[in-house]
Design a protein around this ligand. Structure first.
Ligand SMILES: [Zn+2]
Length: 111
């Protein structure tokens, strides 16, 4: 009886750990072909200058951005701008993953 109870409890834990809260998104390009170009910038200032040139507004503190070059149309073409990661898990790698997620899902956060 204890084994069955343990099995039921374990199943409930496994099921609940697989539930991921839904994240807002404009679309979902998973399973689709996307053309992604990653552009490394030599410094944050260079990256922020590039952002200002692309969007016409300056956002200091920006450590990366993504821009769709063919919005809503195939081939889905996304350009990611970040600093080059130097180590696993550094902030540049976090930014790369964050901006790649923008390519995949569009806007997924408010700020
Ligand atoms: Zn973002």
């Amino acid at each position: 009886m204890k084994k069955i109870l343990l099995l039921v409890l374990l199943s409930a834990i496994l099921v609940s750990s697989c539930e991921v809260p839904s994240m807002p998104q404009d679309f979902d390009r998973s399973g689709e072909v996307m053309h992604v170009t990653v552009v490394y910038h030599s410094s944050l200032l260079d990256l922020q200058d590039s952002y200002a040139k692309e969007f016409g507004v300056r956002k200091d503190g920006q450590d990366g951005y993504a821009v769709w070059k063919n919005p809503g149309n195939q081939p889905y073409t996304c350009e990611v701008h970040v600093l080059k990661p130097k180590a696993n898990g550094d902030t540049a790698m976090d930014a790369l993953g964050h901006e790649m997620t923008h390519c995949l899902l569009g806007t997924f956060h408010k700020e």
